[in-house]
Unconditional design. Structure first.
Length: 303
């Protein structure tokens, strides 16, 4: 199934030729369909996986025991095993009355700035994430030195022991990567949940060309850490579940350069200018001004 999807994308010209997954570099996954009635039976603390049998869950209570299971996947990430179960569930939409529409400006300095005054800070600038990133650098340097040592002692009797030590270090690096991913992913989920709880009539976002932003060597690392593409997809999916209209403006819409009061465009606006100062006397935060312009945009497409 995954191979079929990959080849279809390749023949459409969306991606390059598919590559086989390598156990060392990729997540190991095994797909199990439900062929018998007893397959994927869910109890409070364990699950019956086809061909494997009953497996105890470390975390329980997330999957309803009376849900209709379709299939499941077992995967391995950073020396841990995870089970993903596809179930049929009635989604309960938010019955809260609609509030006014909002515009959301996604950025690097702050993750999201909303036109209603809510601001979500960049979690990558917190001391907690920076401390983990420093630890990741140290562990990656250790791993690099072990590989260099292996090249020198390639014909030594201690080669097997050296390879085992390298694998242990690889797992350490993978665990830190997974921890950073979990922190950022959890933060994006909280942002989406907070925005959907407001129940706006519409949410206007900007069509971001992430691939072009990554080409900038000064901003590429910061853009990748933000996970803006994942945040955008989660926001669209959650909004559709709660009957919230998602509006998307063009990538060429001058949301940051446009004055929200008089409508003039400041073409010489630089990235370092954090305050928008207009000739009409209007002065406001650059990102907040962009969110107001997105909210009031007249040309958009509904996605």
């Amino acid at each position: 199934m995954n191979g079929e999807k990959a080849f279809k994308k390749f023949f459409k010209g969306e991606t390059s030729f598919p590559k086989f997954k390598k156990k060392k570099n990729k997540d190991v996954k095994a797909y199990f369909p439900k062929n018998n009635k007893t397959d994927w039976t869910i109890e409070r603390h364990r699950v019956n996986i086809p061909t494997i049998g009953w497996m105890r869950l470390k975390e329980y209570g997330y999957i309803p025991t009376n849900s209709v299971v379709k299939s499941g996947t077992v995967s391995q990430k950073s020396d841990r095993y995870y089970v993903y179960i596809l179930v049929e569930e009635d989604i309960k939409p938010n019955d809260k009355p609609y509030s006014c529409g909002i515009g959301i400006d996604l950025g690097i300095k702050d993750t999201a700035i909303c036109s209603n005054g809510i601001k979500f800070k960049n979690i990558n600038k917190t001391s907690k994430v920076k401390k983990i990133e420093r630890k990741l650098k140290r562990e990656q340097r250790k791993l690099s030195r072990k590989y260099e040592s292996l090249k020198i002692r390639n014909k030594n009797n201690k080669e097997e022991a050296t390879r085992q030590n390298i694998q242990k270090q690889v797992v350490k690096v993978q665990k830190i990567h997974q921890r950073l991913y979990n922190i950022r992913n959890d933060y994006n989920n909280k942002i989406v949940s907070e925005l959907v709880k407001i129940k706006p009539v519409f949410i206007t976002i900007e069509d971001l060309a992430i691939s072009n932003m990554i080409k900038n060597k000064h901003l590429s690392k910061a853009v990748q850490k933000q996970k803006l593409y994942e945040l955008r997809n989660k926001l669209i999916s959650k909004s559709h579940q709660n009957n919230i209209e998602i509006r998307q403006v063009s990538i060429w819409y001058p949301s940051s350069k446009l004055c929200n009061k008089c409508g003039s465009v400041k073409k010489d606006l630089k990235l370092s200018d954090r305050v928008y100062n207009c000739k009409c006397g209007y002065s406001f935060d650059r990102d907040a001004n962009a969110s107001y312009n997105l909210r009031d945009a007249k040309e958009y497409k509904i996605i």
